[in-house]
Design a protein around this ligand. Structure first.
Ligand SMILES: Cc1ncc(C[n+]2csc(CCOP(=O)(O)OP(=O)(O)O)c2C)c(N)n1
Length: 252
């Protein structure tokens, strides 16, 4: 009896991620959803610049590598080129999506582009060695804030879901985490809904996954999970920030 299988939408190669990195879990959830929805043949993923830059090696579907932060713009073009036959997702870190790519994120959401955005918020630039991100917490020590992020000097962290929820455009915004089993299950539900929304033509869905970076946070994987729960979730509360279809149903 088969009790465990790799999703077909994941390639059979070892991933390069650091021990304790949560990118692998989110890759798996996205792949499970692609399998369950039977969309592997029509799915096109857009990889970012960041630790998941090589996501094109891990997903079995077609993948495109975008310039840093430009994944939503590339996704827009790919989706609009053949809206009936392309299911398009972007997979982006917080440096990619909320710093250099903020404009693309905001305008794709404002246009309600019919794409699915998977946003991994680990409060740091992982790939380049742990510099401060727009999402680094006040007081967080990083390579470029060695005394802790000082909001007077560096401003306050950006809460992407809250900010986008003020726009008329987006269909669905939810913040989840994969820090424990219950939350992994919930994250999968949210990711599945974000893909289903696209299939149903509902528009822009963004799932923010609150994540860790044990290597650049300078912590063991377990300590990083504890730090996420104690610090990240206080600043980035989990939940649905916008669900236009559900709101319409309720209003009926
Ligand atoms: C135009 C450009 N500017 C800056 C960089 C350097 N750079 C590479 S990855 C990255 C940030 C990655 O952080 P994030 O998006 O949070 O992803 P993570 O690596 O943490 O998964 C930066 C600034 C680049 N490659 N290209």
């Amino acid at each position: 009896m088969v009790v465990f299988e790799k999703p077909h939408a994941l390639t059979d190669v070892p991933m390069h991620y650091c021990p304790g990195c949560l990118h692998g879990i989110v890759h798996r959830l996205v792949a499970e959803v692609i399998d369950e929805l039977g969309i592997e043949g029509k799915t096109i993923g857009i990889a970012p610049v960041g630790c998941s830059v090589m996501a094109y090696n891990y997903f079995n579907c077609d993948m495109i590598e975008a310039a840093h932060g430009r994944a939503p713009a590339v996704a827009t073009g790919v989706k609009r080129a053949d809206p009936e036959n392309h299911i398009v997702f972007t997979y982006q870190g917080d440096g990619d999506l909320a710093s250099i790519g903020m404009a693309e994120t905001v305008h794709a959401a404002a246009r309600n582009e019919n794409i699915t955005v998977i946003f991994i918020n680990n409060a740091i630039y992982g790939m380049t060695g742990g510099q401060m991100a727009p999402t680094s917490l006040p007081g967080q020590v990083t390579q470029t804030s060695p005394y802790g992020r000082d909001p007077k000097l560096c401003g306050y962290p950006v809460r992407v879901c809250e900010m986008l929820s003020e726009l008329e455009g987006p269909e669905y915004l939810e913040r989840v985490t994969v820090a424990d089993v219950k939350n992994v299950r919930n994250a999968k539900k949210a990711i599945k809904k974000a893909f289903q929304n696209q299939i149903d033509g509902k528009g822009f869905s963004l799932i923010e996954v609150v994540s860790t970076c044990p290597t650049n946070w300078g912590m063991t994987p377990q300590k990083a999970i504890d730090w996420l729960k104690e610090n990240m979730l206080a600043y980035y509360p989990l939940g649905v920030y916008k669900d236009r279809s559900a709101a319409k149903e309720e209003a009926k």
